[in-house]
Design a protein around this ligand. Structure first.
Ligand SMILES: C[S@@+](CC[C@H](N)C(=O)[O-])C[C@H]1O[C@@H](n2cnc3c(N)ncnc32)[C@H](O)[C@@H]1O
Length: 272
């Protein structure tokens, strides 16, 4: 994927949505950093750092000599990360414009490789996992958080039988999966990441599933995603603009409190 076609947009509005998402991701993000046992002097290479929400959490764990190399293919999102992290990061944050699918010199000297919500944007992300294993220094800790809109479909489909009002949750999960399939990216990479890493020779592979409670802010995020990619959805024939408006209305009317999860994050850590 080139810098110009990040599927969910690169605008300031997209960055604001990622900031909202950072709040949903707070608990799993800190759990990932705990599992990676970040040390104050680590050199952390972050894949797909975007506007820097997760980078901020990494920097908070580092001391004066720690470094985050933030790699992203979007110059505009990197610029936003640079601005928002200037005070906290100083020279400890090294923004790097590159395609993470092609391992490069930006990996040199890494103690830790981390990525949040990035592998599913990489076509055939398993290939990258294998190439990283070939490139990284043995002992490098590596960990990812990857979203999954498919695993929850089983439970949603079951519950919708007696609760038809849940239909907009299923519609959203199906639409986003179809979008990713149309883009030939990797919407289900998180679910199979742990066995993929085991097969590729990583050790100490650990997996945790973090489902999200479907609360107001998760529903708002879904509505923002519809809004952000409405034209793409429509042009790919996944869902019409009129139906998107109807789905946004139905989402806004759902009774928050006991709604089943529509998505969650896979946390996978290992050692190269
Ligand atoms: C969903 S955003 C996540 C951003 C950030 N990790 C976070 O959690 O807030 C995905 C990010 O991955 C970047 N990205 C997608 N494919 C990439 C690639 N092949 N190389 C580098 N960055 C990529 C996008 O530009 C975007 O910033």
């Amino acid at each position: 994927m080139s810098s110009s076609d990040y599927v969910l947009g690169q605008s300031e509005r997209a960055a604001r949505r990622l900031a909202l998402q950072d709040r949903h991701f707070a608990v799993p993000s800190e759990a990932l950093l705990d599992a990676l046992a970040i040390q104050p002097n680590d050199r952390v290479v972050e894949l797909g750092c975007g506007p820097g929400g997760f980078t901020r959490r990494i920097l908070n764990r580092l001391g004066a000599n720690g470094v985050v190399v933030g790699v992203d293919s979007s110059a505009s999102l990197l610029e936003q990360a640079k601005d928002s992290l200037a005070q906290l990061g100083g020279t400890r944050f090294k923004p790097t414009l590159a395609d993470v699918a092609k391992p490069g010199a930006w990996l040199d000297g890494a103690d830790v490789i981390a990525g949040r919500a990035v592998l599913h944007h990489v076509p055939m992300a398993e290939f990258l996992i294998g190439r990283l294993r070939a490139t990284l220094r043995p002992g490098t800790r590596i960990g990812f958080l990857e979203p999954d809109f498919r695993r929850p479909l089983g439970c949603l489909a079951l519950q919708e039988v007696n609760h038809p009002e849940l239909a907009p949750l299923l519609r959203f999960a199906r639409s986003i999966n179809e979008l990713y399939a149309a883009w030939r990216i990797s919407p289900a990479v998180g679910a199979s990441l742990a066995p993929t890493m085991e097969d590729a020779g990583y050790t100490n592979v650990r997996h945790t599933w973090h489902p999200f409670a479907t609360d107001e802010s998760v529903l708002e995020n879904m509505s923002l995603i519809y809004d952000e990619v409405r034209d793409t959805f429509a042009s790919l024939g996944i869902i019409t603009v009129a139906e998107i408006e109807e789905q946004r209305r139905l989402l806004s009317e759902l009774p928050v409190g006991d709604l089943p999860a529509v998505w969650g994050l896979h946390q996978v850590t290992a050692v190269a």
